[in-house]
Design a binder for this molecule. Structure first.
Ligand code: 5GP
Ligand code: MG
Length: 175
């Protein structure tokens, strides 16, 4: 059990289980991208720990870059604006792999994908450690999923509760 902020959490997926699954995801990616020149775009903050473990097990040449998503309300004519902060790479004709911690409603990933596609990459695939199918439905393909989980709030292994818990090596869920 862990107390994070003012809430109690119980262990949900252990570090060992996470490591094993992440390693096999990396093996799959290594096989699928052999002979290509992939660019991993890691979505901060949540994906930092997952990406670290994943990238260490990628056995082909790969580049990586870290981005943040900023969403804010624009003017009436522009509607909601999404900005990718930290994206300095030219994505044209690249094989882009988006790496995120969790897909819940999918809104965040959809916005990132739309932005990335504007740059005309050769391909875009999505890797997410966690997927909550309840809220997500099946709006777009998530190409590589670590674990499909119920609609519980989870913390640890990069994911936070009110800013805390990102450094925990196991994944917890609300008690
Ligand atoms: P979406 O746009 O897919 O609804 O939400 C994605 C974002 O919501 C994630 O990047 C994450 O910040 C947050 N989120 C969704 N579910 C959880 C959860 O169970 N735990 C934590 N810590 N964050 C979550
Ligand atoms: Mg995230």
């Amino acid at each position: 059990m862990a107390k994070i902020g003012n809430r109690e959490f119980v262990t949900f997926i252990t570090s060992r289980e996470l490591q094993m699954r992440v390693k096999s995801m990396a093996e799959e990616l290594t096989a699928d991208y052999r002979g290509k020149d992939p660019l991993f775009l890691i979505i901060l903050n949540g994906a930092f720990m997952f990406a670290t473990d994943l990238l260490k097990e990628i056995k082909i040449p790969a580049r990586l870059s870290f981005i943040k998503v900023a969403s804010y309300r624009g003017t009436e004519s522009t509607g909601e604006i999404c900005e990718l902060i930290g994206l300095s790479e030219n994505l044209k004709d690249k094989d882009v792999i988006l790496v995120d911690d969790i897909i819940d409603t999918g809104l965040t990933m959809k916005k990132v994908m739309d932005k990335v596609r504007e740059e005309k990459p050769a391909s875009v695939k999505i890797v997410s450690l966690l997927l909550k199918p309840d809220a997500f439905g099946n709006q777009f393909d998530v190409d590589y999923v670590g674990f499909t989980i119920p609609n519980d709030f989870v913390v640890g292994y990069g994911l936070d509760y009110d800013g805390y818990g990102r450094n925990l090596k196991d994944l917890y869920k609300l008690k």
